[in-house]
Design a protein around this ligand. Structure first.
Ligand SMILES: C[S@@+](CC[C@H](N)C(=O)[O-])C[C@H]1O[C@@H](n2cnc3c(N)ncnc32)[C@H](O)[C@@H]1O
Length: 189
């Protein structure tokens, strides 16, 4: 294991029973923007290994669905769909409306920065298209993306559909990371 993984949030997650350090990013953002209310139905895109699902479970008694390419250890009360979000079959399995849709989706990085950024943009945009289809009016959306020239395009595309949109970089994000989150609340068609 790389030394830098053994950092503060890594150790904290281990101690508190979260499957990944990224749990703290969601806790921070959800608190700051009051993203998830106690009866909300929530869809988590790119959910493996499931630390965001663990956080969501603590925040709502509503329906929780997670989707990812790779399988996860089951979490009671969570419906898991395994597959690629760009796949038509997977899209068919995503049914109904949600109050909150969050996406921590990220490509497997290759080290080729522009390529990784381009794939990240496609996945983040796909998450937005899913949100557009499955969010209830006034619902909230959160998506991660690797910062690039396309980030501005994505923000521009998202903006007209929400009453509030902001780029946010959580404190628990690793130093030097090029990822940011787009927080969007108050969905309108
Ligand atoms: C940073 S991880 C998510 C971590 C998660 N939020 C947690 O806290 O446990 C990003 C995930 O996106 C998933 N992913 C990448 N491309 C995908 C795709 N096309 N369809 C579904 N999931 C995808 C990866 O398999 C990976 O598990």
């Amino acid at each position: 294991m790389a030394y830098n993984q053994k950092d503060y949030y890594f150790n904290k997650a281990k101690k508190e029973g979260f499957r990944a350090r990224s749990s703290y990013k969601l806790i921070e953002i959800a608190k700051k923007y009051q993203l998830i209310q106690k009866n909300d139905a929530v869809l988590d895109i790119g959910c493996a290994p499931g630390s965001w699902l663990q956080v969501i479970k603590q925040m709502t008694r509503g329906r929780i669905v997670g989707v990812d390419l790779v399988s996860i250890k089951p979490i009671e009360g969570v419906t898991f769909i395994q597959g690629d979000i760009e796949d038509t079959e997977v899209k068919k399995q995503l049914q109904g409306k949600f109050d909150v849709i969050i996406s921590d989706i990220a490509p497997k990085t290759t080290g080729m920065r522009e390529r990784d950024q381009a794939i990240s943009y496609i996945l983040s945009r796909e998450s937005f298209l899913i949100a557009k289809k499955h969010l209830n009016t006034n619902g909230n959306f959160l998506v991660k993306t690797f910062q690039s020239q396309e980030t501005e395009d994505l923000v521009k595309e998202i903006k007209p559909h929400f009453s509030f949109v902001k780029r946010y970089s959580p404190q628990s994000t690793r130093q030097g990371s090029k990822e940011i989150y787009i927080v969007a609340t108050g969905f309108k068609l």
